[in-house]
Design a protein around this ligand. Structure first.
Ligand SMILES: [Zn+2]
Length: 286
């Protein structure tokens, strides 16, 4: 056995580790890889029902508890809060909060991620795509900061105070393939759903996701077991519709996923991609 491998996902909110790439994280954790989640905010701007708040002083406390529950089921080694506040969707008043992630200077957020990278020394780093999936300002902020941090962490002259340099081998962005999203947007109206108003908060415009066609450089096929774990973890995020993962708008997602097999797709930012499509994010590690 060689040295233990590790993976760091840098995301914006409690639930981003589950709803998008939860199956991949669970699959790697089950295979013995140490998987970490560095989460930008505590999801303070999420819409919740009053009954979800029972026993919690704030939305942030409640959603962090949901994340802890999901992380345990996914088999994550640790969850780390970057210390920011949920900025909410574009145009909401949460955007202007002084602690809002989207308001924080990119260097400041990157510095925190550099510190985490240098401490846990992940082989592979994953974050949101450049468009933030569906344009969420926090996802975009995390993308920009993580890209900066990935390249800075290996440079001993940058962020000196955060410890000795360490360069992870690979950087990926979680993406939804174009064809999949196009199909999804087409299928939704047939099932009485509005693709412009998707999700728990009805603030996700899926049609925006078909504006950009990201390359897919790695496809992770999910085992039945990983899917089951992902769905169990999703149920932890009850306030965000996790318990209804098989119903409502998510039903459409599941139907479309079933049609094409369950997989997660990634664009590789580093090393620069070639024509080979990977089946494993840890492929060809030195
Ligand atoms: Zn999110």
């Amino acid at each position: 056995m060689g040295i233990e491998k590790s993976l760091l996902f840098v995301g914006a909110h409690p639930d981003d580790e589950t709803f998008g790439i939860g199956g991949t994280l669970a699959q790697y954790a089950a295979s013995g890889i140490k998987v970490y989640y560095a989460c930008g905010t505590r999801g303070e701007a999420g819409t919740v029902e009053p009954q979800d708040m029972d026993g919690y002083a704030s939305i942030g406390d409640m959603r962090w508890a949901e994340l802890r529950c999901a992380a345990q089921i996914l088999g994550l080694v640790d969850i780390i809060h970057l210390g920011y506040r949920d900025s909410g969707m574009l145009g909401s008043k949460d955007n202007k909060h002084l602690d809002a992630l989207a308001m924080a200077p990119v260097d400041e957020v990157a510095g925190q991620i550099v510190e985490i990278i240098r401490k846990i020394k992940p082989d592979v780093v994953i974050t949101h795509d450049a468009g933030g999936g569906y344009g969420h300002p926090d996802h975009i902020a995390i993308h920009n900061a993580t890209v900066k941090a990935f390249y800075s962490a290996g440079d001993p002259k940058q962020f000196i105070e955060t410890g000795p340099a360490f360069k992870p081998y690979k950087l990926y962005f979680g993406v939804r393939p174009h064809g999949f999203m196009k199909l999804m947007v087409r299928v939704m109206p047939l099932l009485g759903q509005n693709p412009h108003r998707f999700g728990r908060n009805k603030d996700i415009d899926l049609t925006r996701m078909i504006d950009v066609d990201y390359p897919v450089n790695a496809v992770i096929r999910l085992s039945k077991h990983s899917i089951e774990i992902r769905d169990k973890a999703a149920a932890c995020h009850a306030s965000q519709g996790g318990g209804r993962f098989r119903q409502g708008p998510f039903r459409v997602l599941r139907i479309v996923e079933k049609l094409r097999g369950q997989r997660n797709c990634f664009m590789r930012a580093y090393p620069p991609p070639d024509r080979h499509r990977e089946k494993d994010l840890f492929e060809r590690l030195p």
